[in-house]
Structures are given as C-alpha cells and as structure tokens.
Design a protein around this ligand. Structure first.
Ligand code: C2E
Ligand code: CA
Ligand code: CA
Length: 729
C-alpha cells in the first residue's frame, strides 16, 4: 500500500525554490506574527498541488488553497497532526507519515517521499521537505519547518518514481556512509567499480599521512606493497563479482614516509535494483601492531629460539604441504636428516655456551646451502632436517647432501680455536601423500646407517628411493667391482635370549658403501645380485667376513663363555653353488673358529626351487656342525611338511606377524601357533622385528626363545658391540 523513498537531490523549479526560500526566511526571530502568516500563505500558494506547512513535530500550521481539491477544509487541519484522519482515508496514516516527518530532522536536505494508495480518488504521493534555518552556516543545520506536498500519481509517474527512488536510496546510503566515515578511525573509502578512489575519509591523514583529496582519483594499487598487490587486485575483482557480501583480505599500503602498514580491508559492492554495480565501498583497519604480535607469536610457536630456524612443528607442516603438492605433480620430495658428528664433544669439553654458538654457526652454514623453496629446520639438539621439494626434490637431495658434507670441511671457530664438526646425513624420498613422521623416521634410519660408517657420509633409505640413486650408476658393473674395491660392509644386529636377557648371537646384514659415502641397503642390490648371479660372490665375501668377525670377537670373551653365533643369510642361488660346502669350511678354518660359531639362514621361498638338491646341501652343512635356520617364516610356503624334512635348528618368525602383537588379536594367535609348532618340531624360535616393549612382553608370554629388532638395537658396525661383549671382570 505504501512505499517510502528518500530524495536528497532534486531538481527544483524556480517557483518552488522561491517558495522554499520564503519558508526558510520565516525562521527570522524579528518577524512579527502577521508577516509570518502572510509569507507562509504566499509561499504555499506558489506551489502546484496541495501543500501544507508542518511544524517539526508534525502539527499542521497552514495549507494552501489547493487542499480543497482533495475535499478537505483547511481549518479542519490546522493545529492537528499531518496524519489526522480528517485528511486520510487509510487507517494507518500515522504509522507511515510520522516516521517520514521524523526522518526530516537528521540534517540532510531534500525531500522524503512516500506513495500512499487508497486516498480518493487516486493514489497519492506525499513528499516532506525540511526547511533549514538559513542563518546557521556552521555546525549541524537546524530544521525549522517542514513542507508537505501531496500529488496524485499517474501510472507512468509511479514507475518513474520507483527508478528515481532507487538511485536516491543509493545516494542516501552514501550520505549516511559519509557521516560515519568522517568519524571512524578506520580508513573508509568509496571507489569506482574499477577500484579508483572517489572518496577517502579524513583518517587517511592519521593512518598514512596522506591528504584524502590527494588520494581521490588514484587507484589503490598505486599505494599497495608489491607483495600484496595481487591480493588487492583479486579482492577488487571478487568484490565486484559477488552479490553484496563483503570481501575481506589483508594487505599493505604505503605511508607517506615510505614505510608500509598492514590493513585488514573489507570491500562491499553497492548495486542498484537492476543489480548493476554502482560503486565499491571499503573499510580498512590498521592491523600493523596486531600483526607484529601475531607474527612474533607464530615465530615463537614455529621456530627454534636458538637458531631462528623452523622447528619440528613447522617442518611437519611444510612436509605435509610438499607431499600434497607431490601427490599432484608426482615429483618426489627429498628429506635429509642431518646429525652432527662431534657435537657432544664440544658440549662436554667447551661447555653449553660454546655448544650453542656452534649450533648457531652450523645453522648459518646450512642456511647458505638451502635452495629457494626448500626448508631447513632444527628438530632437536644437534639434528637438522632439510626438506627438498619442487621439481628436483629427490635428485636434488643427493646433491645437497654432498654440499652439506663439503661445507663441514672447514673447521668452526669457537672461542678463538678451530673445532672440527661433521655431518652424517640420511636421505629419504617420498612421492605423493605420505605421513611426514614416517618419512622422517626413514631418513633417521638412513642417517644411522651413514653415521655408523664414520663421519661425514650420507645414506639413502629404501628401495624406491634407492632405485632412484642407482639409476645413475651402471649398477651391475659397479656392484661387480664393489667386492674388489672393498665397498661391502657387514652390520650386525644382536639377538637376545628372552630368558637370560643376554646377547646370544648376531645376524650379519650386508651393506654397500659407495665411494661417495652413500650407503646402500641390501634390499636395493641383493635382488639385482641374485638375478645376475653376483650373489654367489657376494655371499662368499659375507661368509668369510662373518667368520673373521667371529674370530675377532673371541678375544672379548672368556673361554668358559658360550660363543656368540653369527647368522648369515643365504640366497637360493648360493644353495645351488656346488662349492658352497667347501667354501664354508675353508672360511671357518681360515678364521680359526669352530663351526658352531657360524650359522646360516634361508628363506622359505629360497627352498622352493630345487627342494631336493637344497635338502642335500643343507644336510651336508649340518654335518659340518653348522646350525641352520628358516628365515621370514610365515611368508612363503604355508605348507609345513618341509619343516619336518629339512635339517633345521631355528625358525625365525617374520616381522609382519610380530608387528601386529599387542594391537591385533589374530597376530598373537598366529604367533602362538607358530611357536607351538616349532617347539613341537624341536626348533628354537626367534622373533624378528621387535620394536616395542609390548611386543616383547607378548612374545615372552608366548614362550618365544629369542628375539631381535630395533627395540634392542638396529644393525650396527661390529665395533659398536665390542664393549658389550666384554664380560665384567
Ligand atoms: P632379513 O634377513 O629379514 O633381515 C632383517 C631385516 O629387518 C634387516 O634389514 C633389518 O635391518 C631389519 N630389521 C631388524 N629389526 C627390525 C625392526 O625391529 N623393525 C624393522 N622395521 N626392521 C628391522 P636389512 O639389513 O635392510 O636387510 C634386508 C634384507 O636383505 C634381509 O632381510 C635379507 O633378506 C637381505 N640380506 C641382508 N644381508 C644379506 C646377505 O648378506 N646375504 C643375503 N643373501 N641377503 C642379505
Ligand atoms: Ca635374515
Ligand atoms: Ca628375516
């Protein structure tokens, strides 16, 4: 029934302008009552249509003659409110007109109009225009009177009126906006749809030392910091695209002194009813200080205090991101686990202060090696991690490792003296989504390998990673030369007796150490060696070396002590080697040990080939007095008949069953069954891959005889165990 509109700019024809001026002049306090009444009537009669002068509380003071055309008597109206029932047929005239009158006292010029239906005989437009005291030129303007005008609406007028009102509404919103803008401490602006400033609030002076006038007409990009320019352009685009939701973003704007301040800005589009973008409105809060606090908190939470490098939390976060990117690009990510050699000595001899200085200097040297986009983190005392992402992640990792090792060639100067430090590096690579902790673990494992070969080396973890490193080598040829060039090493992993908690044996595990320091685990070259037949030669070397080691360890025990036995892994191809028996015998003899000090283990699958001849060979070995074991039990045949046929002493339960102990119910059931079976056949049971105390406890409960695994020790160089093998005297 009714529709309110406001109008702040209107085209005023001369007669109306004159009438408004006369009404304004009535504010003169010198004016006598008669003159006032006359002037009011003259002014009213200059106007077309019915018109009334209304006090600011809505009381009708006078009307013109045209009011009679609406069938109303002037004298019935004077002294009554504009919304008196005398004038209106509608019941709720007050609800519509009182607010219209009230809205006129806010200091803005121009008419407020409202269209009212059902006043007879046709719809009517009511406009109320505030009249201001003309004398008052500064401060808020004072409304002295209101002029109310009533016009019948034609259909055409009605449509035009709606269009006009929409534009006016925008203009009015702008008015309110400006009023707010003048008082707020935020930077409040209006922009062309393309972003150019059309209005800038006075706070620009305080915030950026810029005069608002000097900013109008320029584009905000001209004030933006290069690093946040794109964010700004994007935000302006988003804002002009969106409905009417504000677009929020953070960016930096230039202060007149050349520095930049951080702002949090929201941009709101202003549209007309046709959804056409009219302008943009922005308000920006200076968050420079807030950001500094935030940044320092973030820095504290994600950085190592001593070196300022990212800490483990941040590293994990970066790894997660790198893996996510790698899932898209399929490019491997390289992770270098760097552990310092000789750091403990510095701490112990020169004190913690010097230790801290050393770490800072190491951080500096490493930082110089970091490539753009890579991350260097300190994740523990003397442990650093380098994350190599991007296109060259994994391949780059090896190059970076070499550079790191080189960087440690120069001594570090601490308290005026030269101190040598080294770095042992483990490399793991991963493609796609990966658990950062697991990848770090792999790199850590590889670092261990590297470290136990002496200072300043690196090792690469894992088959997949390794194949990458191996691509570059003519592997087979290199492997062929590995033996003559003395590049093979044996590491030993202790086996513990679960009743006595003593070391009763070691498993010998071969590694290949490349001349460049890279340590290659057996999983990466044994399959190739088996394929090419090289395994026979490698296996001979392993047996010979293991026997020599058994001899060396002899000096570490008293004659009464049981010998520690060394278990050597035997491949299927070796079982097929007719010289095997002779060879083993001569290795034992040359070392000066007895055959009960060396044992051989074979996997289930190795026995599958030529079971007949295998059994023969094994029988002969057994006759020499060599103990035999079945390795990785549970992964191969799953027919147990052969267990009875073969001359075995030991059964090793595969790691995959052990890892489920304590967490998977079925694992304990299977392990219990295997142990029972083995015991029934008179075999000693050894569990492989024990990693937790929980697994160990379950195994002890199940009556397992011996165990080995990372829980006790990783495979390490022989010298590591010299001391533990020496009995206390
Ligand atoms: P394997 O005979 O089953 O050897 C045990 C493997 O499990 C070793 O890996 C050892 O480091 C690892 N391991 C031991 N305890 C744990 C544990 O608690 N958790 C986990 N996750 N792993 C554990 P490595 O040294 O990489 O050897 C891999 C394989 O290479 C061996 O498996 C064996 O099949 C073969 N191999 C190693 N040395 C020789 C050798 O001299 N000759 C032959 N033919 N094969 C060898
Ligand atoms: Ca084994
Ligand atoms: Ca095994």
């Amino acid at each position: 029934m009714s529709r309110t509109r406001e109008q702040s700019t209107e085209t005023v024809e001369p007669a109306r302008a004159d009438a408004l001026a006369r009404l304004a002049a009535l504010a003169d306090p010198e004016l006598d009552n008669l003159t006032r009444t006359l002037q009011m009537r003259v002014a009213l009669n200059q106007l077309d249509g019915a018109a009334l002068v209304v006090d600011i509380d809505g009381t009708v003071l006078d009307t013109n003659d045209a009011i009679g055309g609406l069938g109303v008597n002037r004298d019935d109206l004077r002294g009554r409110p504009l919304w008196a029932p005398t004038l209106w047929h509608i019941a709720d005239a007050d609800a519509v007109l009182a607010p219209l009158v009230e809205s006129c006292v806010d200091g803005r010029t121009g008419s407020r109009t409202i269209d009212i239906g059902e006043i007879e005989p046709r719809p009517l437009r009511v406009g109320v225009t505030p009249i201001f005291d003309p004398v008052r030129v500064s401060g808020p303007r004072i409304v002295t009177l209101l002029l109310a005008e009533l016009h019948p609406l034609t259909d055409r007028q009605e449509t035009d009126a709606i269009i006009a009102a929409t534009a006016q509404k925008l203009a009015a919103a702008e008015d309110i906006f400006r009023a707010v803008a003048e008082y707020t401490s935020d930077l409040v602006c209006l922009h062309e749809p393309d972003g150019t400033f059309t209005y800038v609030s006075p706070s620009a002076k305080r915030l950026l030392d810029l005069n608002p006038g000097s900013v109008v007409g320029i584009h905000p990009v001209d004030l933006a910091h290069p690093s946040t320019r794109n964010a700004l352009v994007q935000a302006l685009q988003d804002a002009s695209r969106r409905g009417s939701e504000p677009t929020r973003f953070r960016h930096r704007l230039r202060h007149r002194n050349g520095s930049y301040r951080w702002f949090e800005t929201s941009i709101t589009p202003i549209r007309d009813t046709t959804e056409e973008l009219h302008q943009l409105q922005s308000s920006s809060r200076d968050i420079t200080e807030q950001r500094e606090t935030e940044q320092s908190l973030i820095k504290k939470a994600f950085h190592d205090e001593l070196t300022g490098l990212p800490n483990k939390a941040l590293l994990i976060d970066r790894m997660t991101q790198a893996f996510a990117a790698s899932a898209r690009t399929k490019q491997p990510v390289g992770v270098l686990f760097i552990d310092l050699d000789g750091f403990k000595t510095i701490n112990d001899t020169l004190g913690h202060q010097s230790g801290d200085t050393a770490l800072t200097k190491v951080a500096e040297r490493l930082t110089a090696i970091v490539r753009p986009g890579d991350t260097l983190a300190r994740i523990g005392g003397d442990e650093f991690v380098m994350l190599c992402a991007g296109t060259d992640g994994a391949r780059g990792a090896t190059a970076v490792a070499r550079r790191i090792i080189d960087a440690f060639e120069q001594p570090f100067v601490l308290d005026g003296r030269d101190v040598d430090l080294g770095a042992s590096i483990g490399i793991a690579t991963a493609v796609g989504d990966n658990d950062p902790a697991a990848v770090l673990d792999k790199a850590d494992t590889a670092m261990y390998e590297a470290k136990h070969e002496g200072r300043g080396r690196f090792a690469i973890h894992n088959e997949a990673d390794q194949s990458l490193a191996l691509e570059r080598l003519d592997t087979e040829e290199a492997l062929r030369r590995a033996i003559e060039n003395d590049e093979l090493r044996l590491h030993y992993q202790p086996e513990l007796d679960l009743e006595s908690n003593r070391i009763v044996g070691f498993e010998a595990l071969v590694r290949w150490q490349r001349p460049d320091g890279q340590m290659i685990p057996p999983g990466d070259f044994i399959p190739l060696a088996e394929e090419s037949g090289l395994i026979v030669e490698i296996g001979r070397w392993v047996i010979r070396e293991a026997c020599q080691q058994a001899a060396r360890w002899r000096v570490h025990r008293t004659p009464e002590q049981e010998p520690v036995r060394i278990w050597v892994n035997l491949s299927a191809r070796q079982l097929g080697d007719p010289d095997l028996i002779d060879y083993v015998q001569s290795a034992v003899d040359d070392a000066g040990i007895t055959t009960d000090e060396i044992c051989l283990e074979i996997t289930e699958s190795a026995l599958m080939g030529d079971a007949e001849s295998a059994t023969e060979q094994l029988d002969e070995l057994r006759c020499l007095g060599i103990s035999l074991g079945i390795d990785d039990f549970g992964t191969g045949w799953s027919q147990f008949a052969y267990l009875q046929r073969l001359p075995l002493d030991v059964l090793k339960i595969d790691r995959s069953f052990v890892s489920g102990l304590g967490t998977e119910k079925s694992a304990a059931t299977i392990v219990a069954a295997i142990i029972d079976l083995a015991h029934a056949l008179g075999l000693i049971v050894i569990a492989e891959g024990v990693e937790t105390r929980q697994q160990l406890e379950v195994l002890a409960d199940l009556d397992c005889d011996q165990a080995l695994g990372f829980y006790f020790s990783r495979p390490l160089s022989a010298e590591t165990f010299d001391e533990v093998l020496t009995p206390l005297s």
